[in-house]
Design a protein around this ligand. Structure first.
Ligand code: ZN
Length: 112
């Protein structure tokens, strides 16, 4: 779960905070961190099929327009499915250090 390049902010962390970012609920410093990551790490956004949507959303928010609700909804749904996939992958990989509590996801089966 990485594009291979080192980042100050990990790809997974970016996903974790995308909700807040899209909702404009992030501190400005954290927003900047995500923007930096989007600039350095378009491969990971591309991989998720999120690049265009995210860039469009960023442009919108910079232009003080309201984020189009349908686009935002689409992105959030996408993030949800990505994270659901990651959660099972992480559960298999990291058994000691569990992932942070999710958004009321169904209890993950620990198969070990
Ligand atoms: Zn990344």
């Amino acid at each position: 779960m990485s594009c291979g390049d080192p980042h100050d902010t990990e790809c997974g962390e970016v996903l974790d905070h995308l909700y807040e970012f899209l909702d404009n609920e992030m501190a400005e410093g954290d927003c900047a961190k995500l923007r930096v990551h989007f600039e350095e790490c378009s491969p990971c956004l591309e991989k998720y099929g999120l690049e265009q949507a995210i860039k469009a959303l960023i442009k919108r928010s910079c232009g003080c327009d309201d984020t189009p609700a349908d686009l935002r909804t689409k992105v959030l749904a996408r993030i949800d499915s990505i994270r659901a996939g990651q959660r099972s992958a992480q559960a298999a990989a990291a058994s000691a250090d569990g992932p942070p509590a999710g958004h009321g996801a169904p209890a993950a089966a620990t198969a070990e």
